[in-house]
Design a protein around this ligand. Structure first.
Ligand code: GDP
Length: 295
């Protein structure tokens, strides 16, 4: 699929070549193709525009017009730029604490609970890690049940306290439990609402302040397109989170939210979710995502 854009750009530039000298204007024409690909992938309009301007400068700087296959060089420039924009190399998560505490944040339905399980399973499979999952949704008993089901499925202990409606106290008790039971990673699954609201932000901010996690992750459904950016901004303003988890990339989204989120909050995307199963987790590789977005 990636070749499609390359072919298109090659064709556009070659056609123009046959009609005399190629100018900046012609390059701009081909950049429209790039912008279209980005918009099709749900990249924010302003970001797509900014992006094509940068690519234009690079293309002219690298004398793209005098090469034999200008389209291919253009695609390389576009891909390199996109990769750079999404964060360069993959970044891991901070597991330096004893235990390392990972706080999950995000809206209800974003895939927090599923991802908490996937991450626990991923770390457990690394042999040196013994994770503890913590159910901190004090409003929805079903969410606690769901985490217990996940925990059973992957053979990871789940800490919950159904009588307790204070998520800060539950998190602190869970960390104490982890210390005395040899769990070296604590993954805290928090409550989410259907939309950003003050009560939810205050609650997660209180948990964050009280437990000072090594890693705070923001989980977002990649299918939510432009909304993903606003949600990311709202959570980042309150939590200054460390990384983003992009879920549901197995759907037919092209993943443009990855670029928009990275551009707006400037935090690395660390993992992606690619299905409902516990194994459907992958480290985020910007260059692979660039291929996907360019289609
Ligand atoms: P939470 O409310 O944020 O905890 O979200 P859940 O973990 O309960 O996920 C909401 C729904 O999305 C569930 O039906 C999950 O099975 C589904 N889900 C989560 N992650 C993925 C993913 O990567 N791909 C797909 N296809 N579905 C997912």
């Amino acid at each position: 699929m990636f070749n499609n854009l390359s072919d298109k750009l090659d064709k556009a530039l070659h056609v123009l070549k046959g009609h005399g000298s190629i100018t900046e204007v012609n390059v701009a024409e081909t950049l429209k193709e790039v912008r279209r690909a980005l918009l099709d992938a749900d990249v924010n309009f302003k970001i797509a525009k900014q992006f094509t301007n940068t690519v234009k400068e690079k293309a002219l700087g690298q004398n793209v017009l005098t090469t034999l296959q200008p389209g291919q060089l253009m695609v390389k420039i576009v891909k390199d730029e996109l990769t750079e924009l999404m964060g360069g190399d993959a970044e891991g998560i901070n597991l330096s604490g004893a235990p390392s505490v990972i706080l999950m944040s995000g809206l209800q339905g974003s895939g927090k609970t599923t991802f908490s399980g996937k991450l626990a399973n991923y770390l457990k499979n690394k042999k040196t890690k013994k994770p503890l999952l913590v159910a901190c949704d004090v409003y929805r008993p079903a969410a606690i049940d769901q985490l217990h089901v996940v925990g059973e499925q992957i053979g990871v202990e789940v800490f919950s306290d159904r009588g307790n409606n204070d998520p800060v106290a539950i998190s602190q008790a869970a960390i104490a439990h982890a210390k005395s039971n040899g769990n070296n990673v604590v993954i805290i699954d928090t409550a989410g609402r259907l939309a950003v609201d003050e009560a939810m932000m205050t609650e997660i901010s209180n948990i964050h302040k009280a437990i000072q996690p090594q890693e705070t992750l923001f989980v977002v459904d990649s299918m939510t397109g432009q909304d993903a950016v606003n949600t990311a901004k709202a959570f980042n303003d309150v939590l200054n989170f460390d990384g983003v988890i992009l879920t549901k990339l197995d759907g037919d989204t092209r993943g443009g939210a990855a670029i928009s989120i990275k551009s707006v909050v400037n935090k690395p995307i660390k993992f992606i979710g690619t299905g409902e199963k516990m194994e459907a987790i992958d480290v985020f590789y910007p260059s692979r995502m660039a291929d996907r977005i360019l289609g």
